[in-house]
Design a protein around this ligand. Structure first.
Ligand code: PEP
Ligand code: MN
Length: 338
């Protein structure tokens, strides 16, 4: 921890900081410039100590941490990239994970038709929301248990893994029994009660970035999932809220590079929820793969005009096929395959 004193701080004020640090068992290093004094507070347990303890003392201008707030998700903690194995696929390996399917499970025929088509076109996981977190309580909330059963049917009939969102700790058991990957949506990235329960599972969890979360907050939330020993965490960038309103959310492509630099966790990108419109999905998807993402989560619907949720951003089957064909050479160029 670095404590920067105000210009002209008195000797008593500096001594107060030093005495406090020593009383807490920390070592200190004093750097006395001509105008300013900086106190470095050293010790393995600084991470567990609030910076406020020093920030409130008289004569202190600011306190900052040297260490990152996340630990388990960091590359320092686990220098080898995490590869997640499930039902014959590896997430974080050479082959990209392409998760595709409807925003929401609407009916058996809609889900089956989409699942069969995307599987044939090269998708490795089928997506489908059964519990939908909707902005309005009057909007379609998902088929719930019925939707989960249909996803389980896709898994057994087609032999392809499925992913679905969990919004409530009361649904964890049902989802964990029936789907391969549990998704934590953007609105729940910091639902710590939910994250703590999911950490007890050994199933893969896909953690979406909060729509107004920094990368540090996102990785620190991932620490909650890793804290009880679940090592199977996948990050998903889905765009963040910015001042730009020509698109639903701004895709933060740079977060892929930042995650790869500081974390061992695989990262996939959801171009659909960032785009909000099918026209923008292919560009964002291709940029994500070129930038080094480990896969994509894409909304696909056989009849987007009839979709109950997110029809405008869903790719129809010909558009999904076209995108898969365009992604192949890009994947190859960056040493990956589809
Ligand atoms: C979804 O993938 O179904 C979803 C609701 O996405 P997000 O949490 O990113 O809005
Ligand atoms: Mn959606």
């Amino acid at each position: 921890m670095i404590v920067e004193m105000v210009t002209g701080a008195t000797k008593e004020q500096v001594d107060h900081v030093v005495d406090k640090a020593r009383a807490l068992g920390f070592g200190i290093q004093l750097n006395q410039g001509t105008d300013k004094t900086v106190v470095a507070i050293l010790g393995s347990h600084t991470g567990k100590t609030s910076t406020d303890i020093f920030a409130v003392l008289p004569g202190v201008e600011s306190v900052s941490r040297i260490m990152k707030s996340y630990k388990l998700a960091s590359l320092e903690f686990n220098p080898k990239p995490t590869k997640i194995k499930l039902s014959g696929i590896v997430i974080g390996g050479k082959r990209l994970a392409i998760m595709a399917g409807p925003c929401a499970v609407e009916s058996e025929s809609q889900l089956m038709e989409t699942a069969k088509a995307v599987q044939k076109l090269g998708a490795t996981v089928v997506r489908g929301g059964a519990f939908k977190p909707r902005t309005s309580p009057f909007a379609f909330q998902g088929l719930k248990e019925e939707g989960v059963k249909l996803l389980a049917k896709v898994k057994t009939d087609l032999g392809i893994p499925v992913i679905s969102e969990v919004t409530d700790i009361r649904d964890i058991e049902l989802l964990a029994k029936n789907v391969d990957i549990l998704q934590v949506g953007t609105r729940n990235m910091q639902n710590f009660t939910l994250l703590k329960e999911l950490s007890k599972l050994r199933k893969p969890i896909l953690l979406k970035r909060g729509l107004a979360a920094t990368v540090t907050e996102w990785l620190t939330a991932a620490d909650y999932l890793l804290a009880e020993g679940n090592k199977n965490v996948i990050l998903c960038e889905r765009g963040i809220r910015t001042f730009e309103d020509s698109i639903r959310f701004s895709m933060d492509i740079s977060s892929i590079a930042v995650i790869k630099r500081f974390s061992h966790l695989p990262i996939i990108v959801d171009p659909s929820h960032a785009a909000g419109h099918y026209a923008y999905v292919p560009s964002i998807a291709k940029a994500a793969i070129a930038a080094g993402a480990d896969g994509l989560l894409i909304e696909v619907h056989p009849n987007p005009e009839e979709a109950l949720v997110d029809g405008l951003q869903s790719l129809n089957l010909p558009n999904f096929e076209k995108l898969m064909n365009e992604l192949r050479p890009i994947a190859e160029a960056v040493g990956r395959s589809i």
